[in-house]
Design a protein. Sequence first.
Length: 155
Amino acid sequence: MYDPRDVRESDADGLADVLSEIFKAGKRLTAGSKDFVQQRYIHDPQRIRCTVAVDPDGRILGFQSLKEAEKDNLYGTPVGWGVIGTHIRPSAARMGIGRKLFACSLEAARAHGLPAIDATIGKDNAEGLAYYEAMGFRAYRHAPGEISKVFRLDA
């Protein structure tokens, strides 16, 4: 059906469209923009890998980013850990996209020597919480409105 691949510069509009669909479904606080995804997912200097899932027609169904946590990052993730974010169109849910994307991110995390990966999810995002739990992430920190889960690579 689709094969995950590394993000390309030409994917910026497609990534923004994914974020906008998630926003329209009420599962994201802001819509996406080309500038935002270029800065946050394509050109971010902390990026380790950003993987996209593309259907046979070239439409991006979802993407997952993996970055290395830097000092004073907005998630409060320990420096040197990975920070992961998963964004899948609601119209493409339950297709196994998340599992395929995580396999790519996990491979990159291991190659980069990360000890752990953090995922910070809104407390009201039942699908996101369940997804990360199914991938092997476990809650390690709670903050107002969110739960941080960790996947340990050094255990």
